[in-house]
Design a protein around this ligand. Structure first.
Ligand code: AP5
Ligand code: MG
Length: 221
């Protein structure tokens, strides 16, 4: 089972990815999280990626694609994975398809989480994230029980560097020009399922699970 979560910055890919990974017992693979871990650990890859991330631009494909291919080949992703933030352009989608095919696998479903722009900006500007487990909070919509501390694992929560007004605008523009064409790309392949991303997190999870289980391409027990 290989599920792609597609959606603009702030649509809820990370939030939903966590619940889906738990439900289906397959890993959530977020290229954004892997890149941020590299930035934090000051790896060569991280230092290179940071200049693009800080501008809200996509990190070049040669960096991201190799990183992703290594990750989906890992033992824990044998039964599948929830892809959060990859692919982000047509080239990445084509590489993913070839890589999965070489492993005898394919994409089961593409879940498109759809949220209007005003709501995306509200979500991103108030977001706080756990440094350790990646749980996502919002200062108004879903604050943690204790300020600055993750409800799930007790670690520190922080504001991402790219959740500043100018960078948010840049990221939304990049999404529209480079990533949005994937909606059409996957619709033509019959894999795209549009999900209304407004409403409670739990309700949206239920809708997504329904779409995955109802998909002709996925077999879920
Ligand atoms: P990445 O980390 O993937 O960021 P993104 O796509 O911009 O998406 P976000 O993580 O901002 O949003 P999300 O959809 O996960 O929303 P969340 O669940 O947190 O990428 C960051 C950067 O890395 C990119 O700009 C690029 O530079 C680089 N990069 C990554 N992948 C790449 C790739 N493949 N190729 C090239 N470059 C790449 O929710 C947002 C907020 O809303 C939270 O506060 C949450 O609590 C709240 N919320 C969620 N659901 C709801 C709800 N239903 N109601 C109310 N609030 C909600
Ligand atoms: Mg995310």
């Amino acid at each position: 089972m290989n599920i792609i979560l597609l959606g603009a910055p702030g649509a809820g890919k990370g939030t939903q990815g966590l619940s889906l990974a738990e439900k289906f017992k397959i890993p959530q693979i977020s290229t954004g999280d892997i890149l941020r871990a590299n930035v934090r650990n000051r790896t060569q890859l991280g230092l290179k990626a940071k200049e693009f991330m800080d501008k809200g631009a996509l990190v070049p494909d040669d960096i991201v694609v190799n990183m992703l291919v290594d990750r989906i080949n890992a033992e824990d992703a044998k039964a599948g994975c929830i892809l959060d933030g990859f692919p982000r352009n047509i080239n990445q989608a084509e590489v993913l398809e070839k890589t999965l095919a070489s492993m005898g696998k394919s994409i089961s479903t593409v879940i498109g989480i759809e949220v209007d722009r005003k709501e995306l900006v509200r979500r991103l500007s108030g977001r706080r994230v756990c440094r350790k487990c990646g749980a996502s909070y919002h200062v108004i919509f879903s604050p943690p029980l204790n300020i600055g501390m993750c409800d799930k694992c007790g670690s520190e929560i922080y504001q991402r560097d790219d959740d500043k007004e100018d960078t948010i605008e840049a990221r939304l523009k990049v999404y529209e020009s480079e990533t949005f064409p994937l909606v059409d790309y996957y619709s033509r392949k019959g894999l795209y399922r549009a999900i209304d991303g407004k409403g409670s997190v739990d309700q949206i999870t239920l809708t997504i699970v329904g779409a995955i289980e109802g998909s002709d391409n996925s077999k879920v027990s």
